[in-house]
Write a protein that binds this ligand. Structure first.
Ligand SMILES: *Cc1c(COP(=O)(O)O)cnc(C)c1O
Length: 378
């Protein structure tokens, strides 16, 4: 089976993990800060906070922004369930903004219209989470302008998009957002097995996320209520969780970061080859906005008769997948009042969507096999 995505681990990656296993620290050592510095540098962001998953990163980001009961969080239905769940973790109400039918990204016009209505109703969101679906950035200038006008905060869900660029700048620089979150699950662009990270340019947000990832506990006298009792002393100054990344994970991530440009270039080359060989076939290829360099986490196509094409590809040994079942149609969200028909663009995209294999280790021969199976199914 050719999978739809796969990690790419080399000898240096393996050695980096082994080196940590022979060192003094398996957690809370020197490698996590080095990994954070590498990602901050790559992104051109002032701060990076590593955690044990992108879901945790989204959660600590929402906590740092003060999301709580009575607040509203908006994201898109065309995402993994985690982008919406974090609103519930914080006790907030969650709603969705439909996607653009061509890019499958949060539609800035739909967001503007929903904001105007929410202002009238007195239900403006506190946090909006646009998702850089498949690896390309949303229109962040438009979303950032709406954030300034309506006073909400922006968390970019860039789980698919480390190494991507937008308007000539790296995704993660938070030029139009408060916080940007990455995932390092093995199917994503680089991996730490499980892992995530949040970038920000705001030192107060970075500090709040660091507290939230480690029990709300600090050893920094500057953050304490009153004087320190001595060298052993720590204080719990807020409620936090244990969302820490291990040293093994960070070592793998740091080693993988040295290959990020290579991974993104390889994914773009394979995507360009798909663009070429799929041209003229009865399918819709993914559209890349002209001011974007996608990290190409996914290569989503649209076909009529998706169910049959999907089954035939799987039967032919092609590990296709579907991204995403619209979140608001999940039973959990239906029980909260959402229903099919609420977000028609996400739903009609989903009805035709298939993600075909794309990862840095995919060979051209593998790719030809995918295309042949697709041609036969169509
Ligand atoms: C993978 C993913 C997540 C969750 O990432 P984890 O690291 O597995 O927690 C969140 N949002 C999107 C869009 C994702 O693709």
């Amino acid at each position: 089976m050719i999978p739809y995505g796969r990690q790419d681990i080399d000898a240096n990656d393996r050695q980096a993990v082994l080196d940590v296993l022979s060192s003094d620290f398996l957690t809370q050592g020197p490698v996590v800060p080095r990994f954070e510095a590498a990602v901050a540098t790559q992104c051109g962001a002032a701060h990076a906070v590593a955690v044990n998953s992108a879901t945790s990163a989204l959660h600590v980001a929402c906590m740092a922004l003060g999301l709580g009961p009575g607040d509203h969080l908006w994201t898109v239905p065309n995402t993994f369930v985690a982008s919406a769940n974090v609103g519930i973790y914080c006790g907030a109400e969650v709603d969705f903004v439909d996607i653009d039918p061509d890019t499958y990204l949060m539609c800035p016009e739909a967001l503007a219209a929903k904001l105007a209505a929410a202002e009238t109703a007195g239900r403006l969101p506190k946090v909006v989470i646009p998702v850089h679906f498949a690896g390309q950035s949303c229109d962040m200038a438009a979303i950032g302008a709406l954030a300034r006008r309506y006073g909400f905060r922006v968390i970019e869900d860039a789980s698919h998009a480390i190494g991507a660029r937008h308007a000539g700048r790296p995704v993660g620089d938070c030029a139009h957002s408060d916080i940007c979150v990455f995932s390092f699950h093995p199917v994503k662009i680089i991996t730490t097995a499980e892992g995530g990270l949040a970038t920000t340019n705001d030192p107060a947000l970075a500090q709040a996320m660091e507290l939230a990832r480690s029990h709300g506990v600090t050893r920094d006298p500057a953050l304490m209520d009153g004087p320190s009792d001595g060298g052993w002393y720590y204080q719990m100054v807020t409620l936090g969780y244990n969302y820490r990344m291990t040293e093994m994970q960070a070592a793998l991530g740091l080693s993988q970061m040295s290959r990020l440009d290579e991974f993104v270039a390889r994914r773009n080359a394979l995507a360009a080859r798909y663009d070429q060989v799929l041209d003229g076939m009865a399918l819709v290829r993914p559209l890349q906005r002209p001011d974007n360099l996608s990290a190409y986490h996914l290569y989503p196509i649209r076909v009529a008769d998706r169910g049959r094409v999907f089954a035939e590809l799987r039967a032919a040994g092609i590990g296709v997948n579907v991204h995403y079942i619209p979140v608001h149609t999940q039973p959990f969200w239906r029980a909260r009042g959402f229903a099919p028909g609420n977000f028609p663009n996400a739903e009609s995209y989903y009805a035709q969507a298939i993600s075909i294999p794309l990862y840095s280790g995919l060979t051209e021969a593998d790719q030809d096999q995918v295309v042949a199976a697709l041609r036969a199914a169509l």
